[in-house]
Design a protein around this ligand. Structure first.
Ligand SMILES: [Zn+2]
Length: 357
């Protein structure tokens, strides 16, 4: 009898242990599209910009690709992965036309303060007031997770913008960051060697931001090789093409990024480590203007609407709500604590945002 009870206890312990392990096995991929407006995400190409010769070189070509009769068709044309697949399996928040709102809580409405808020869960208007290459005094969730036994060496960040090593405070946090024009280092795969070569040979239009294909493939190769549990990937082209006033390139870049995210999703679903265990969370660091029309190029506290953002999530245990069509108010400081919760980590008191359900 005593033996039987012991056996039963052992069996229960084994079951609970398996359950605990599977909860701890969740992986998170956090992705940002720099300065991509909710307006294009939810309604596709903008009628005031798509045929506007001030912002588009090849109007016919752009309209052929992205102009359709209705906003619903236009958004599918622009972001087919989001609107054909993610809408069925996940959640798309931020369509203000339907009452779903997502806002920044920082009042700066440009990149460093936006990424600081997304990655730490707390806006810091007192200290994060420029895009200068300043070591972040705040602690990101990448650093927090890297400082736990489960997360040690299982975190990585990739960005197109060369300020990310500072935002993540790579030095202090020990989180590896590949950003700007950095190459892959260490024991390189053939693809990484080729990417390193190409990055020199395909010049970026900008001084501090590389083309997103490099960021994407460095991240993907690292995931195949090292299997990090928490990955941050920041695509940057949309913001820079918008500042350039090039609406054609802005749309093509958004369309391409949609396909890159599909590529990541498909990789995770055929990889044993990530399959059915991975949550995707996608957002942007700030919005942009709409009126006057030229403010679509800019953002910052003087640009009306630049604090309006959006949020997309899908993957393990994410309820399939589709496009959210009811009144709600989410904030960008909620993503960091939500990720800690998903990873089974405590949420420190200094984090201002509250986790999403
Ligand atoms: Zn910008």
């Amino acid at each position: 009898m005593k033996n039987k009870i012991l056996l039963l206890i052992a069996a229960f312990a084994a079951i609970f242990n398996i359950q605990a392990q599977s909860a701890d096995d969740t992986k998170v991929i956090l992705i940002t599209l720099d300065g991509f407006r909710w307006q294009e995400l939810f309604t596709g190409a903008d009628s005031l910009l798509v045929g506007n010769k001030d912002y588009v070189h090849e109007v016919d070509m752009l309209k052929e690709a992205f102009w359709k009769d209705t906003p619903a068709e236009r958004r599918v044309a622009l972001m087919p992965f989001f609107w054909n697949q993610v809408e069925k399996m996940g959640q798309i928040h931020g369509n203000r036309n339907l009452g779903s709102k997502v806002n920044l809580t920082n009042s700066m409405w440009f990149s460093y303060p936006g990424y600081n808020e997304i990655l730490t869960g707390t806006a810091d208007d007192a200290r994060i007031r420029s895009n200068d290459k300043m070591q972040n005094p705040n602690t990101t969730i990448l650093e927090r997770f890297n400082n736990t036994s489960e997360g040690k060496g299982k975190v990585a960040a990739f960005g197109s913008w060369d300020v990310f090593p500072f935002i993540v405070n790579e030095k202090r946090s020990g989180v590896p960051v590949n950003a700007g024009f950095e190459v892959a280092t260490g024991d390189l795969t053939e693809k990484e060697q080729f990417l390193n070569e190409l990055q020199d040979q395909i010049p970026s239009p900008w001084g501090s931001v590389r083309l997103d294909a490099f960021t994407h493939h460095y991240a993907l190769e690292h995931m195949k090789k090292e299997h990090p549990k928490l990955v941050f990937i920041s695509y940057g082209e949309t913001d820079d093409f918008a500042h350039d006033g090039d609406y054609q390139a802005y749309l093509k870049s958004a369309h391409n990024t949609d396909a890159l995210i599909k590529d990541l999703w498909e990789f995770t679903q055929q990889d044993d480590y990530y399959k059915d265990q991975t949550v995707f969370m996608i957002t942007t660091d700030h919005g942009r203007g709409t009126q006057p029309l030229d403010t679509w190029r800019g953002h910052g506290r003087d640009v009306k609407g630049a604090g309006q953002v959006w949020f997309v999530t899908f993957g393990k245990d994410v309820e399939a709500m589709g496009e959210v069509k009811q009144d709600e108010q989410l904030y960008s400081n909620q993503f960091a604590p939500t990720i800690l919760k998903i990873l089974g980590q405590p949420i420190p008191k200094e984090i201002k945002g509250t986790p999403l359900k």
